[in-house]
Design a protein around this ligand. Structure first.
Ligand SMILES: Cc1cc2nc3c(=O)[nH]c(=O)nc-3n(C[C@H](O)[C@H](O)[C@H](O)COP(=O)(O)OP(=O)(O)OC[C@H]3O[C@@H](n4cnc5c(N)ncnc54)[C@H](O)[C@@H]3O)c2cc1C
Length: 449
């Protein structure tokens, strides 16, 4: 049910604060698992799905696609999801200087020579260390506009029993008592549940209200994001160029067929740049902006020009000191906001959701209090290590590659050359990018809760 105002459901078991990509996914998964859930979101559905709200497209990893399928949101997304079949990573601006630096090439076919190993039906999910994709030549993932993912999730919310969607409403206060958790909304109304989960983003107000500290690190980079059109087809290849100012990604999107029947090839760029240059770059006319993109990306897609509005995002990393308190848990960017260098932020959030939903649904079935630390500790133990490892790795990668110091570049290029020829290492990296390594929750395996 979607409510514009607060009406009935004040007897929830779970309150999710923040109905963004992660909060909605969690709320649907838990409600479908039989937990009476309220999700509170500060923005109206119209604002969240408007074209001016979020210009990003996300690389949705194979494992996250499994979760979106399991919660019933994938069918609506599939027509607009561009499969990623190749990833090409290049160190340095070879197209600028006319010389080729180190590169790594991942093809989804590289995973083919190991036969997929179907899981025995009675496998205990938390003992699985790695699983194979369910199709032999599954793509690494899909590029999807965030706006379309929000639309699909909001549509799915409407068909969920046990779920109340309150928007637009802002949570202004949190009370974590021994018997219940309570949130106060901006209009003074109070909601009560066994557990409050904060999915309210990187600058989480709920995290502060719960007294959980977070460490924030800056990169002196701002991401310019927009959709572009280009002359040549992309063939499902995602590109990442490590440039001195920061990584530049060209992510393949589905082609667009226009009213006159002509087809536009499209990609989404994530261009990390010196923040001092960004205001000037955002103001360039389309022709000059397109040429700046070509200077950084090269000519392999032919002429590149922007389509629609340009967006910018200051880049930081925010890591919460802990994920849980009695009757309270953090998830998604509220727990760990990272640099988009490898397109993993939302994917980490989806893995949080899959683990937390499994822990909570299992607890509810066993008749346990959802806000009890014995329940929440299981979630924290499951997710903290994976998130910390990946965040730290992404942070190191960003700092290592965002410079043009010659000796470092030579060492990097040697590393690239060795890595590119070492298939077992590449396969590990590919499985990580697909989100199918670690103790996999049932939803990531595409299984119901
Ligand atoms: C440039 C860029 C590119 C990226 N590309 C990728 C990618 O390719 N792949 C990938 O996996 N990730 C990517 N990410 C990361 C991804 O966008 C985030 O990880 C993801 O959006 C986090 O979702 P979230 O729901 O946790 O937080 P948010 O999207 O920030 O949602 C938080 C929600 O909470 C609401 N809210 C806040 N406070 C309150 C309150 N007090 N009361 C009620 N509601 C509240 C907000 O309105 C918002 O809707 C990228 C990030 C950037 C910056």
């Amino acid at each position: 049910m979607t409510h514009g105002g607060i009406t009935d459901n004040d007897e929830a078991e779970l309150i999710v604060v923040g109905g963004g990509l992660v909060g909605l996914t969690l709320a649907i998964a838990c409600a479908e698992g039989g937990i009476r859930t309220i999700v509170v979101e500060a923005e109206s559905a119209e604002a969240l799905t408007g074209r001016g709200y979020d210009g990003r497209s996300a690389a949705v990893a194979y494992g996250s696609q499994q979760v979106l399928t399991a919660i019933g949101a994938w069918d609506r997304l599939a027509p607009d999801a561009q499969p990623i079949v190749d990833i090409r990573v290049t160190d340095g601006g070879w197209h600028i200087k006319g010389e080729s630096h180190g590169h790594v090439h991942y093809s989804h076919l590289d995973l083919l020579d190991r036969k997929p190993t179907p899981l025995p039906p009675d496998t205990e999910p938390t003992t699985i260390i790695a699983c194979e994709p369910d199709q032999p030549a599954a793509p690494f993932g899909y590029i999807i506009e965030n706006r379309l993912t929000r639309i699909a999730l909001l549509e799915r919310v409407k068909t969920c029993a046990n779920l109340t969607h309150l928007a637009p409403h802002v949570v202004t206060a949190l009370d974590l008592a021994s018997d219940a958790a309570r949130v106060t909304l901006e209009d003074g109304s109070v909601l009560t549940a066994q557990l409050v989960v904060a999915a309210d983003g990187k600058q989480s107000a709920l995290r502060r209200m719960a007294g959980i500290a977070a460490r924030e690190f800056g990169y002196s980079q701002t991401a310019i994001v927009c959709t572009v059109t280009h002359e040549q087809p992309h063939h499902g290849v995602a590109h990442e160029h490590f440039l001195p100012a920061g990584p530049f990604a060209m992510l393949p999107m589905t082609d667009e067929t226009r009213a006159d029947g002509t087809v536009r090839h499209r990609s989404s760029i994530v261009w990390s740049e010196d923040p001092r240059l960004v205001p000037m770059l955002l103001k360039l006319d389309d022709d000059a902006f397109g040429k700046e993109i070509e200077r950084r990306f090269g000519s392999s897609l032919g002429r590149v020009r922007p389509l629609g509005p340009r967006f910018s995002y200051p880049l930081t990393m925010v890591l919460a000191d802990t994920y849980v308190r009695p009757r309270f848990a953090l998830t998604g960017d509220a727990a760990h906001g990272i640099h988009p260098i490898a397109g993993q932020g939302f994917n980490l959030g989806v893995r949080d959701v899959a683990a937390l939903a499994e822990v909570l649904v299992d607890a509810a079935r066993a008749g346990l209090d959802l806000g009890a630390m014995e329940v929440l500790d299981r979630y924290a133990r499951w997710r903290r290590f994976d998130n910390l490892m990946l965040s730290t790795f992404m942070d190191g990668l960003t700092r290592l590659f965002s410079n043009d110091f010659a000796p470092l570049r030579m060492a990097r290029d040697l590393g690239f050359a060795i890595f590119n020829r070492t298939m077992p290492l590449k396969r590990i990296a590919m499985r990580h990018a697909m989100g199918i390594v670690g103790k996999l929750p049932r939803l990531v395996q595409g299984r119901p809760l």
